[in-house]
Ligand binder design. Sequence first.
Ligand SMILES: [Zn+2]
Length: 349
Amino acid sequence: MRIALPTPTMNTMNIEEFSKKLSEILSAAEKEFRLADSSHLAVVRAKFLGRKGELAKVMRALGSLPADVKPEAGKLANNTKQKLEKIFAQFEPQKISVHKKFDPTLPGRKPAIGGIHPLEWTLRKMVDIFYGMGFSVASGPEIETEYYNFDALNTPEDHPARDIQDTFYLQKPGYLLRTQTSPVQIRVMESQKPPVRIIAPGRCYRRDAIDATHYYTFTQVEGLYVDKDVTLADLKGVLTAFAKQFIGKNVRVRFRPHFFPFTEPSVEYDFSCPVCDGKGCRVCKGTGWLEISGAGMVDPEVFKTVGYNPDEVQGYAFGMGVERIAMVKFGIDDIRLLYENDLAFLEQF
Ligand SMILES: [Zn+2]
């Protein structure tokens, strides 16, 4: 059993008390260093290791210890001093190591910068070309109504495009994911008087089985021009001007008769193959032509729907698949590559 002694003063300690005092200083120092913010580390250091600090005070008591324990006490005190330095270094390291390791003469690290996706590049380029020909850009919702996506575009009730096999219908009756950007044409014509000269770029959705040329989503740019005395020749002219700017000076455009509900007459149009200049090659499967999309003169029924007088105005409309154009431009043979975000593929652009 230990007898409680009066608290010793600094000057009259024995070796046990001396040792105990040192460990108290150590644990107090550790606590204070841990709590100190970086601007106070120096103050805390002085409090324990300074000339008038805690350790110095205990050292002064060393002289009053019996001579035979002085060497041991000296060792203990030195030991404590080293431990205090160590603790201090532990809480100071950021400052020291940063100054030692930072070499301002080393070249900087370049941040990795992504490129523009080929699809986005193509879309921007297309918009740019049509903008240069006087078309402004219009947009509309991707969730559409059956009215705008089909009815207003003169699409009969029994048209196969309306089939649930081809269209994503929403649970709310009458709503769907637009299958084309043509509804934007209706919305624009409803809200403004002719003349109209717009392109409508945007995402569309169809329930296509996915393969090398089909995907459930795709990007379309549709064009619409309505004015007095607009003819099919104007349509061919604008498509040819686009093809020459986008693909090359020698590209020609041809029309093939077709049927679409909202144009009459309707055509499908092709660009001459830029790879073989129309002579026939692997890319164009020997035909010399690349199928692009559909176009035609706006059906008078559509004009009536939006309140235009078909006796006063005519118009043409055309569609373009941005994926198709990008694939032609970059020689990409699988549409899925444009959506899989494979870096090895994308880093080529
Ligand atoms: Zn070819």
